[in-house]
Design a protein around this ligand. Sequence first.
Ligand SMILES: C[S@@+](CC[C@H](N)C(=O)[O-])C[C@H]1O[C@@H](n2cnc3c(N)ncnc32)[C@H](O)[C@@H]1O
Length: 321
Amino acid sequence: MPLKLPFTPSIPSFSAKTKKSSTEWLRRQSQDPFVKQRSLGADITSTKTSSILGPSISSPLTFRSRSAFKLIEIHEKYDEFLLKPDVRVVVDLGAAPGGWSQVVSQLKSKKYKSTSLPPKPLDAYDPLNIDAELGLFSLSASSPTPLKVKIIAVDRLSMDPIPGVYTLKADFLHPQTEDMIRALIDDFSHNSQKLTLATPDTPKVDVILSDIAPNITGVPTVDSEANFQVAQAALQFAYKYLRTGDEIGRVRGGVLLLKHFAHPQMDQFRREVLERYFRDVIYTKPRASRQESKEGYFLCRGFWPKEYRSTQTAVESFIYP
Ligand SMILES: C[S@@+](CC[C@H](N)C(=O)[O-])C[C@H]1O[C@@H](n2cnc3c(N)ncnc32)[C@H](O)[C@@H]1O
């Protein structure tokens, strides 16, 4: 059943460009502890985020983006949700340059012994041959690094390879992108694990991360609508592909981490849509997110659509720590 949103999505315009002071940007970057930290050289599992985020910021890490620290902070603050053993398929939307995918890849590769499938060659994952036909999409898999998780990273921009991550260069809002992502999920989702499934036809995802930020036009109403439209599209995607707990014989439903910006209907969106489909919805703004930015994140845990909930009373008793 398609998800009905109580909003009419508007079409964003991407024509105008923002005028930003590059001098101011450079000054801010040079003083930013997270920017300094991301290129100092080690890996995520050598330290706890608390030390990264503490005043001394002494632990070295290597990430492509400052954004990586936002995900690390949210992950650690909320029960290390990425490390749950039933997290096996992760879709990272708006993934470039790849910081979030790096975080997931590093977390999973260190904590789990390799028994899983390495990425397959590229041609095995292009059943629609869209890349060749349209020139709008491209797909790549990095050198095989055995992970017990499949990570699919989607962005309009190209990304350098990340070990164990499939990168799909495509506009998430393009109608054909969903099929491309679906083809990738299909191969490794819980369906192939022969678990009991309520909806065996749709391949399922355990965690959807959306850090998508549409291009800024500088016109506040246009930007706000574009952001809101992307948040709704990510939720629509989650509604279709995120698994419930019951679908894989577990208590916890899937997780959606959704970036959003201020919008007049955001509260309503949270109340009437997100809180309807998830066991709990938390607003969070990590310290690595600049104070002046209007961005925030909804961590939506325990995917459990309302119509499904009424028949699954056992799950009612489950409370996240
Ligand atoms: C804040 S960046 C993501 C940073 C990323 N999480 C990281 O850690 O490296 C936002 C990304 O959203 C992407 N984006 C914006 N609109 C998009 C769309 N319609 N489809 C795919 N990607 C989009 C941008 O290209 C940009 O790379």
